[in-house]
Design a protein around this ligand. Structure first.
Ligand code: KIV
Length: 253
């Protein structure tokens, strides 16, 4: 394994060399360390932690203080992977706020930040990138907009949505993003975007033809069994194994 630290440039270069980018979420020290030991090159302290760790109904309740707490824990694993972190809901409404909060996440240990949106936040992205902080975009279904949108809807089914995705992706490319997460984008549109834009696309529920894939780690491992998105095929039923082990211990007393 190449011992060199993975940077945003490494992730960008993986598109050019045709290497699939495997990305997963890590919200704490042990998970981040395990993901890194397996060689996952991009680890995201996602605001999905609000749902799968903190028990909130959606990600709009996650605060900057909570993100910083989890970024600090993940960063203590000192991963070789690039450690990115989400700017939480309403933490990047103005350029000044976006820059201040991106710097807070970096001070906590993040090496890149992610935020949701395209044209609407291109000035914020430009400012973050100009400050030397690598930026990962997020288009398609935007979980932080779930309340306005009344649910988690697939994007790209109609031509107006397809065009909006292309314009948003272009805005992120021009603002200097090093990659874009595509969440719940129809597979043909995700594939077309992947062929068209010069930076990596990292899909989640967007079909196989993205430059990489990202999953919420508890969905992959089955540690949050009360809800699993339809597009995830868990590789482990960890919750059931935990129940069995806990029960066996209780009965052994
Ligand atoms: O918050 C998160 O975990 C994410 C991934 C689903 C991409 O944004």
């Amino acid at each position: 394994m190449n011992p060199e630290k993975i940077t945003a440039d490494t992730i960008r270069a993986m598109k050019a060399s045709g290497q699939k980018i495997a990305a997963l979420t890590g919200y704490d020290f042990p998970t981040t360390r395990l993901l890194d030991e397996v060689g996952i090159p991009l680890i995201l302290v996602g605001d999905s932690l609000g749902m799968v760790v903190l028990g909130y109904t959606d990600t709009t309740l996650v605060t900057m203080a909570e993100m910083e707490h989890h970024v600090r824990a993940a960063a203590r694993a000192k991963p070789r992977a690039l450690l990115a972190a989400d700017l939480p809901y309403q933490s990047y409404q103005t350029v000044d706020e976006a820059l201040k909060n991106a710097r807070r996440l970096v001070a906590a240990g993040a090496e890149a930040v992610k935020a949701e949106g395209g044209r609407a936040i291109h000035e914020q992205v430009r400012a973050i990138v100009s400050a030397g902080i690598p930026f990962l975009g997020h288009l398609g279904m935007l979980p932080q907009s779930v309340r306005e949108e009344g649910g988690y809807h697939i994007k790209g089914k109609v031509e107006a949505e397809r065009q909006a995705l292309f314009q948003d992706a272009q805005a992120l490319v021009e603002a200097g993003a090093f990659g874009i997460v595509l969440e719940l984008v129809t597979p043909p549109v995700a594939a077309e975007l992947t062929r068209t834009i010069p930076i990596p696309t990292i899909g989640i529920g967007s079909g196989p033809d993205c430059d990489g894939q990202i999953l919420v780690t508890p969905d992959l491992l089955g540690t949050f069994p009360w809800f699993t998105p339809k597009f995830v095929k868990p590789k482990l039923n960890a919750a059931e194994q935990m129940r069995t082990a806990i029960d066996a211990w209780k009965k052994s007393l």
